[in-house]
Design a protein around this ligand. Sequence first.
Ligand code: SF4
Length: 365
Amino acid sequence: MSRTATSSVSSFQEIATKVADGRRVEREEARWLWQNASDEELRSLAAVVRGRFHQPGSCTYMVMRIINYTNVCVAQCDYCAFYRLPGQEGGYVLSQDEVFRKLDELLVLGGDLAAFNGGFNPHLPLSYYCDLFAGIRARYGERLEFYALTIAEFMYLADHAKLSYADAAARLKAAGVRWITGGGSEILTEEFRARHSKFKYTVREYFEAQRAILDAGLKTTATMVIGFDETLDERLEHLERTRQFQDETGGLASFLCWTFKPYFTQLGGIEISTQEYLRHLALSRIYLDNIPRIRTSVLTQNEKALEGLNYGADDFDLPIEDEVTQKAGATISLDFERILSYARELGFEPTYRHVALGAVDAART
Ligand code: SF4
């Protein structure tokens, strides 16, 4: 690979020295790394940053279920194979009992975390969500934790209920909600959203909502999806905005990046390679020097995602269901032991990370 020199970056060694000294990599340096560094070089820098937070050879995992409570959505993102418009055949809303059945199955499979992810459904009032979440707390107590909605759904819910983000967060908190994840971010640039999901709120609104969630005392995470038609600049801007938000708030519990599944979507295209995903994971670990937990996506990369542990990741989940990505081509295996043994073959000892307060575990959150 011939290396590209820019005015501000001259060599890998220069950047490696910065990272070793605990100094921050800037955007142009990240660009240089992406364009010039070998896989081995990216892995080595990611290992340095990972080592500030985690022991070599250690990693954590969870068994979790994504509960797609409704597929009715008015956002019409062109990369989505999951949604149905209101009134369209195949649209559904899960009842509380159907959700409970899914949660019971999750507990049987040894999981203690559910994540709710549906659509912008204009027929669901705030009371549907509050009753559902309060019902889960009442039925399961601390045996189970849940990520209630993504930020994108939260914003729609607040708008639809004519509430400020602060008031909506307070109402959900009163119903027992503790987490609203950073989902719905995909690529956080206004240009990307204008191209693919113009009804899914602006980047400015996304961070306003996330700040309100934190101010209300709820927890949140950062996410990213790559492999659409985003440019390198857009990826770097996403990482920059995420790092900046974390500098300002310290509120992002983790960062999870996964890959776009193009099948049956309007956008279409072909999947990016695992190698590209792993390189991006390493770059994320190097750039996001203020987020201790970097997660790798078994949901979209299957066991190959575990190679991400050598590219800076320290955590992953074993999903048992996610209709959104499954509809677009993701496949799920319940052979957890096989997946975990792959981590061991790579030299890592996975420890279960319980999120539910009722479970006994040192590696919580
Ligand atoms: S990605 Fe989410 S918001 Fe966009 S159309 Fe699909 S369900 Fe709706």
